[in-house]
Design a protein around this ligand. Sequence first.
Ligand code: NI
Length: 187
Amino acid sequence: MKLPVYLYGHPVLRRESEPIDKTYPELSKLIDDMWACMYESEGVGLAAPQIGRNIKLIVIDASPVGDDFPECAGRKLTLINPELEVLDGEREVRSEGCLSLPGLSENVPRVEHIRLRWLDENFEPHEEEMSGFLARIVQHEYDHLIGKLYIDHISPIRKQLIKGKLNNIISGKTRCNYPVKYAPKKK
Ligand code: NI
């Protein structure tokens, strides 16, 4: 089954997600479906809230940007219950997009170095220091698990300027070339 990407305005994107364990039903099928969804929509990462589930699960394949950012080359990760630690406060600003915010990209400040602890798809523990664009992708996806979106990090003025586009996504006027689920209509 093709999973639709839940779009901005849907409340599932604003909830805190719950950790999971090995008993989570049909987890390997869900992970496979998330990979398929991410590749179809040409993203480099996808977090479970974006497919309508508030669980701590992320898939990342950063290899498409590996030519521009060597730290991303060949990096394919399944992150279960990730814990993110910021290692320094230096912030770098770069453009980001999100499958839940089609047609938009904004400059977003992020710290350059993080430490990440997580479980892989076999529930094996990992710990790694990450930097650069890989650290950025991880921070972006991790935000989804705590109900945040990249537009929460941009200035109020900038957010005001893109308000029309955001409203178009909320009201279902944005067209998308991958399957999506719009926010429920306000009664
Ligand atoms: Ni995103």
